[in-house]
Design a protein around this ligand. Structure first.
Ligand SMILES: [Cu+2]
Length: 155
């Protein structure tokens, strides 16, 4: 009796997961709901995915892959638009290479990867904030200025 009850619970959970996957819509990878992927666009100072979407309050995971063969990059999602991103970018430059160009003051940062070596990847997890648009950038000096940014839209 216990076993069949457990089997029932597992079945219901699987159905729930399937329903969530079916409703995922925006996810291109077919991964679990809220699992997003963004990489760098080869050797360009750009992300290969500049528009991500999430639902407020959802647990989101973003796997960031540095596709460059020569250049280090990071992924930093900020609590606001380009104005906040500019401040974070400047603070990152001040922090320097030893800090991975990560600002000492993290209050304007929702989520971030480390400064990744060429070919490396990292998955960051966070709870999607209130509905709005949030800029993500690479704070390696000159990259954001060169156009390395994207926007996460939270619905
Ligand atoms: Cu970069």
């Amino acid at each position: 009796m216990k076993i069949s009850a457990r089997a029932m619970v597992v079945s219901v959970m699987l159905l729930g997961a399937l329903a969530l996957a079916a409703c995922g819509g925006g996810a291109s990878s077919g991964a679990a709901n809220g699992a997003l992927e963004v990489g760098t666009d080869g050797e360009n100072l750009a992300f290969n995915n500049v528009a991500l979407t999430a639902k407020a309050g959802d647990k989101v995971s973003i796997t960031f892959k540095n596709n460059s063969t020569a250049q280090s990059h990071n992924f930093i999602l900020v609590k606001g638009g380009d104005d906040v991103a500019t401040a974070v970018d400047e603070a990152g430059a001040e922090a320097g290479d030893a800090a991975g160009y990560m600002p000492a003051d993290m209050t304007n940062i929702i989520a971030h990867s480390a400064l990744l070596a060429p070919g490396a990847s990292e998955t960051v997890e966070f709870t999607a904030p209130a509905a709005g648009t949030y800029t993500y950038v690479c704070t390696y000096p000159g990259h954001f200025g060169g156009g390395m940014k994207g926007v996460l839209t939270v619905n």
